[in-house]
Design a protein around this ligand. Structure first.
Ligand SMILES: Nc1ncnc2c1ncn2[C@@H]1O[C@H](COP(=O)(O)OP(=O)(O)OP(=O)(O)O)[C@@H](O)[C@H]1O
Ligand SMILES: [Mg+2]
Length: 356
């Protein structure tokens, strides 16, 4: 690998976007911090063909090498379940031309928020407005009743105030969930780096939900090894598990059993490495196959009436999916109508397991 002039390396490091320098033999001679963060440090010294691997990008890079033509290309980078679309600026460094080839600078601009993102946001605003309108309309009705027909009826007043309180707390939950989604969107490209023990986390969540479960006559069973470390954000992972266990209690069988398992996977094929798989399993009515692919959409519910009545916002699984993606993990929803549902979250393991 050719050593690049120091000023070039300094410039590379000054760039906020991921950038790499290819030497005149087509090897990745240097990457900046943003590129190491996105693509991994392993790319240095590799041939650009094995790093970039997408034909749309290879042709313009070759033009830059051999013909000193600059250009741009699209590049899709996949990390776990997160796909990022980049527009890559390809610039030959013609002043360093040697034997008919020049080094090439690649700068990756993240364009995944553009294009279809805009249409999705419009839909989202329409949905949010609708979700807010429903409780608001109900609340206006209750207030009118309190001011009119129920004015002299204490029993009716108590009832309508209780309804009012329910609608308000639902709106509050909705806003809290929306805020957490928007925060997550801002973080999606930053991997969490704290070491988190999933065993402690699962025990805590199961402990917190023990009362809700027994209230619904649901038995909560936790089965874990002694320790299971991942790199993660403990609050967000708690949110994931709480949501899945709450769903299993709410939509499962009552009385019934909810199991929370944690298993080690030697080599997770998609994550290409060792992983921990948390599974939340219920023995409830399950979910019909046609709904499965849509469950993680915002506001999607199988039975809108039932979910609303139970105070659900329909954002729970959307939040779960965002958090799992941010952790470069996988979310798998399996269900057999009449038998139950199993939701698995697989996260890259931070260490070898301690087997109990
Ligand atoms: N274990 C399950 N068994 C059957 N149906 C489920 C299960 N988990 C989720 N669902 C269905 O998926 C829908 C979406 O779940 P999600 O957690 O996103 O929303 P929610 O529970 O309605 O609201 P929130 O989580 O915000 O309180 C639910 O409304 C329910 O219809
Ligand atoms: Mg939920």
């Amino acid at each position: 690998m050719t050593t690049m002039p120091a000023p070039l390396i300094e410039m590379l490091n000054a760039l906020a976007d991921p950038a790499m320098l290819l030497d005149d033999r087509g090897r990745v001679a240097a990457t900046n911090a943003a590129a190491k963060d996105r693509f991994g440090a392993w790319v240095e010294g590799q041939s650009y063909i094995s790093v970039l691997r997408q034909p749309g990008l290879l042709a313009p890079v070759e033009n830059a090498f051999f013909s000193q033509q600059s250009g741009t290309a699209r590049f899709i980078h996949v990390d776990g379940a997160v796909e990022t679309a980049f527009e890559v600026g390809i610039t030959p460094l013609a002043s360093l031309l040697r034997n008919g080839r020049s080094p090439v600078m690649l700068i990756f601009r993240d364009v995944s928020e553009q294009g279809e993102g805009a249409a999705m946001r419009r839909d989202f605003v329409a949905n949010v407005s609708h979700e807010l309108k429903t409780p608001l309309t109900a609340m206006i009705g209750y207030v009118e009743t309190l001011q009119g027909p129920a004015q002299k009826d204490e029993e009716a007043q108590r009832r309508f105030l209780a309804h009012l309180g329910q609608e308000l707390s639902r709106m509050n939950r909705l806003v809290v969930d929306l805020l957490s989604l928007s925060r997550l969107e801002g973080q999606s490209r930053r991997k969490p780096r704290d070491r988190v023990d999933l065993v402690a986390l699962l025990s805590e969540v199961v402990g917190l939900l023990a009362f809700t479960a027994s209230d619904q006559q649901v038995e909560l069973v936790l089965d874990t090894p002694e320790r299971a470390d991942v790199f993660g954000d403990a609050d967000q992972l708690t949110q994931v598990v709480a949501n899945l266990v709450e769903n299993a209690i709410k939509y499962g069988r009552q009385p019934g059993t909810v199991r929370v398992d944690l298993d080690y996977v030697q080599r997770e094929p998609v994550l290409r490495g060792p992983a921990w798989r948390m599974s939340v399993i219920d023995d409830g009515p399950g979910i019909a196959a046609e709904h499965l692919p849509r469950l993680t959409e915002r506001f999607y519910r199988v039975d809108t009436g039932r979910s609303r009545q139970q105070g659900g916002t329909g954002l729970g699984l959307a939040i779960v999916k965002h958090i799992v993606n941010r952790h470069r993990g996988r979310l798998k929803i399996e269900s057999k109508p009449g038998e139950g549902t199993r939701i698995g979250v697989t996260l890259p393991a931070a260490t070898e397991p301690t087997l109990s």
